[in-house]
Write a protein that binds this ligand. Structure first.
Ligand code: KG4
Ligand code: ZN
Length: 360
């Protein structure tokens, strides 16, 4: 580790970074080692409170915060065991400080501050959204500059131009209403499938007919925004279909509804991503966030990017959904570039902008 007079820290090859994630309902801890080819994953551990939210059809913030508090130290300890490193080997800590649920973020930030103070290492408060994109570098190595990222999670649907994961991220497009993952969760709820909706819809869709029902593709008209998304009309359309079927005394074809809904989501996401990559002349696309675990999105993205001559990178499903390793990866990128650690007043920022990778 080298430190400059300005108080910035630059980590070199061999440095170990602990990442802590607690922005929603997953408590994550991950360890990465910095190499000349970027961060590599040593090991990570997750604890989820999703079962406790299932009966409410969505995340209950107070339950999530309490669950983080209960799971944090054991999760960190297990991550160390899995990674095969001791706490004394850690050179820096990165923690999600936003965006996310205020109380949930607070637990991770407080824990990370305590570990950083106890071990005498720098602390970086980093952006969760940058973490989703950085997760891909753990699997596929450094990103070409620039790259285009499609970030699809429970709270966000963003098209991003990534010039530098350590601090050069700009928004190209976003959803004007529901996020893609939110649409999955809401459709699952109205079909009585519980929370989270993505995995169960993904599974049921596998045996359904994706062309059974033609659901609307939001913002795809000739005069609509080229890079923005809309999923609330799709969700409403699914609700109307279910209501009408039941009113007419029919049985809702759940697998077909799932497959047709999923087709509409994957169609719009991939079409707009390929369009943006072409318009901006960017040759590499990264798809990240929880919805990037989706089977149909992955296959359609590969198909359409290949046809357009675009390289597509998607992390394995276990690194798409929230985890601590992705946060450690952002920490590795900022620390390798030389960055000023976050100060003692670091706190959670529920509305942290995607363009801010590192908090003061
Ligand atoms: O990134 P993430 O783990 O947490 C947030 O930052 O929001 O994303 C969670 C979202 C949820 O809406 C969940 O339903 C969705 O990702 N998701 C999926 C799949 N797995 C998780 N959506 C579609 N297909 C999946 N296989
Ligand atoms: Zn996330």
């Amino acid at each position: 580790m080298t430190s400059s007079a300005a108080g910035s820290v630059r980590l070199g090859a061999g440095a170990v970074i602990l990442g802590i994630e607690s922005s929603c309902d997953e408590t994550g801890a991950g360890l990465v080692r910095l190499t000349d080819a970027g961060p590599v994953l040593l090991g990570h551990e997750l604890a989820s409170s999703s079962d406790q939210h299932a009966r409410f059809g969505g995340v209950v913030p107070e339950i999530a915060s309490r669950a983080h508090l209960e799971a944090m130290t054991a999760t960190v300890r297990t991550a160390f065991r899995k990674a095969g490193v001791r706490p004394g080997a850690v050179d820096a800590i990165a923690v999600t400080c936003g965006p996310g649920l205020a109380g949930a973020l607070l637990v991770g930030v407080a824990a990370a501050k305590a570990y950083a103070a106890a071990w005498g290492v720098p602390l970086f408060g980093v952006n969760h959204l940058a973490g989703h994109v950085a997760a891909d570098t753990l699997e596929h190595g450094p990103l070409p500059k620039p790259a285009l990222a499609l970030l699809v999670s429970g709270g966000h649907t963003l098209l991003l131009r990534i010039d530098d994961l350590a601090g050069g991220i700009s928004e190209i497009g976003s959803t004007v209403d529901d996020a893609a993952g939110e649409a999955y969760d809401k459709v699952a709820r109205l079909l009585g499938l519980g929370y989270p909706g993505g995995p169960v819809i993904d599974q049921l869709a596998a045996t359904g007919n994706p062309t059974a029902i033609r659901f609307p593709r939001g913002l795809t008209g000739p005069h609509d925004s080229r890079y923005d998304f809309s999923f609330s009309g799709l969700k409403t359309s699914v609700a109307r279909f279910v209501e009408n079927t039941e009113r007419d005394g029919g049985v809702v074809p759940v697998e077909d509804v799932c497959a047709s809904f999923q087709e509409a989501v994957a169609d719009v996401l991939t079409a707009k991503t390929v369009r943006a990559a072409r318009d901006l002349d960017i040759g590499t696309v990264v798809i990240a966030g929880g919805v990037a675990a989706n089977g149909r999105l992955r296959s359609l993205a590969r198909e359409r990017c290949e046809a357009a001559g675009i390289t597509v990178r998607i992390p394995r499903p276990g690194l798409c959904t929230d985890n601590g390793a992705m946060i450690a990866a952002v920490g590795a990128h900022v620390a390798a570039a030389g960055a000023r650690p976050s100060g003692p007043l670091l706190s959670g920022n529920p509305a942290m902008l995607v363009s801010t990778v590192l908090a003061d």
